[in-house]
Design a protein. Structure first.
Length: 273
């Protein structure tokens, strides 16, 4: 499809903010309320709650009502909607492990893909009142009635970098985990935890690298416009596109991105054959 004009994109940003408001209203009554937790997997702990489901239902209902031709891809209820090139990617609570343990390191992810690339992303944290928004108009943090433009920071070398991942146990293979640890060993500081928050803090200029694997499209679509509009870069480990998930690396500076990608790929080549 042709590129969305400025007015159309502004309208969609406003609509997406309304989706985030509705999702937050659905989620907050469950936070720190001792709700039931289900495990979606048998081989590992992958929690889901009624808060996840209710938030995604609310988002999907509003999209289907306002933009019935738009497609939808959500974590809890899969694919739906119409046949437009425009597709919404929804992770109603990214960081459910944090959510169920009372930590605020989670967020509502709402992304829009125009058939070519992600064009709009929101990471909303209704408990803290922080909303991170990315599009071609820039990357911004809305908080306590104020707006702050986001900008990644310069980092020329791994030795100066702060690197984050949610947890080393979440890498799908030992080879992936060892590749991450090889990079982390060269960095100034290695931090665990954060899920989507880690990408927001990178866009904020507070960290330098996020490295993960095994991501789904709905885990990353909303975060790509936030990171890139703030001046960062986000790709697969091999430098390819990140929008379908998999092995993902985000960096605030292209120089440290190149160093980390090279090390990750070299390490994988040695261990995976």
């Amino acid at each position: 499809m042709s590129e969305l004009d400025d007015n159309a994109l502004q309208e969609l940003i406003a609509f997406a903010c309304g989706l985030a408001d509705a999702a937050g209203a659905a989620i907050l009554p469950f936070f720190r309320a001792g709700i039931a937790v289900e495990n979606k997997r048998t081989e590992a702990f992958d929690p889901v709650t009624e808060a996840d489901r209710q938030a995604e239902r609310v988002i999907r209902q509003q999209i289907e009502k306002t933009y019935p031709t738009h497609r939808i891809q959500g974590e809890e209820f899969g694919a739906g909607g119409g046949k437009s090139d425009l597709c919404w990617y929804i992770d109603p609570i990214d960081g459910t492990r944090a959510f169920v343990t009372g930590s605020p390191m989670w967020g509502v992810l709402i992304g829009l893909h125009d058939g070519r690339a992600p064009v709009l992303g929101i990471m909303d944290q209704p408990f803290t009142g922080e909303r991170f928004i990315g599009s071609r108009f820039g990357a911004y943090l809305w908080h306590k009635g104020g707006t702050q433009q986001l900008q990644t920071r310069a980092c020329v070398d791994l030795a100066q970098a702060v690197v984050t991942t949610t947890h080393p146990d979440l890498f799908g293979t030992t080879a992936e985990r060892d590749a991450y640890l090889a990079v982390a060993d060269q960095c100034m500081l290695n931090r665990y935890g954060g899920d989507c928050y880690a990408y927001a803090m990178l866009a904020h200029g507070l960290t330098d690298l996020v490295i993960e694997s095994g991501l789904n499209s709905y885990d990353i679509q909303a975060l790509i416009p936030i990171v890139t509009a703030a001046g960062g870069i986000i790709t697969a480990w091999d430098g390819g596109p990140a929008d379908q998930g998999g092995r993902i690396i985000a960096a605030g500076d292209s120089r440290v991105h190149a160093q980390a990608c090279q090390m990750l790929c070299d390490r994988l080549a040695r261990t995976e054959g």
